[in-house]
Design a protein. Structure first.
Length: 191
């Protein structure tokens, strides 16, 4: 979106989520390129936190809009939630492996491949549909909701947590608060 506001360019939800995608892949690329295991762990923890915040914000705010306004939206949302589940499972495995273990990089590559598939679907199909079916000002408002949700969202994978807007809106902020506290206490890097 190219509109501007007194504070600078106005970004809609598609701009925000696309920027998130680029940042995730940049971090994953840094993991691949660093020989230091501690640095790889910090980068992986940051990627995991960013993916969690992004996914929760999508589930809270973007998916309900997709269900309501996009042709075939309900099916696409269910497919996306399944992919989120698979990504969360891999991130949980990444958390459990020492960054100096060769399995760590195998899991990082698996995470990267799953994210690439999921992101390709969003950027090539779903994002253009959002722009085609939702008024621009609504997409800007949705972007603001997504940004706010990311501030409260969990930073760690919780494989048994449901992928529902209701869960994320009621229980999610408490889980996010506990995750951020744990991150501070353990020195975990989360961006």
């Amino acid at each position: 979106m190219t509109d501007t506001h007194a504070d600078g360019p106005v970004r809609d939800v598609v701009d925000i989520l696309t920027t998130d995608h680029r940042e995730m892949f940049e971090l994953l690329g840094q993991i691949e390129g660093t020989p230091d295991a501690d640095r790889r762990r910090d980068l992986a923890d940051t990627v995991i936190a960013e993916v969690m915040r992004h996914a929760v914000a999508e589930e809270m705010h973007v998916y309900p809009v997709m269900k309501k306004h996009l042709p075939g939206g309900a099916e696409e949302v269910e497919h996306d939630k399944q992919e989120h589940d698979e990504i969360v499972q891999v991130m949980k495995r990444v958390e459990g492996v020492d960054a100096s273990d060769p399995e760590f990089m195998e899991l990082v590559r698996e995470l990267q491949a799953q994210l690439r598939h999921h992101i390709d679907d969003e950027e090539s199909d779903q994002f253009p549909k959002l722009r085609a079916h939702i008024p621009a000002e609504d997409l800007v408002e949705l972007g603001e909701k997504v940004q706010n949700a990311k501030k409260l969202a969990p930073t760690r994978p919780h494989p048994s947590a449901p992928h529902s807007a209701l869960f994320h809106k009621t229980v999610g902020p408490g889980v996010g608060m506990i995750d951020r506290l744990r991150d501070r206490l353990t020195g975990r890097s989360t961006g």
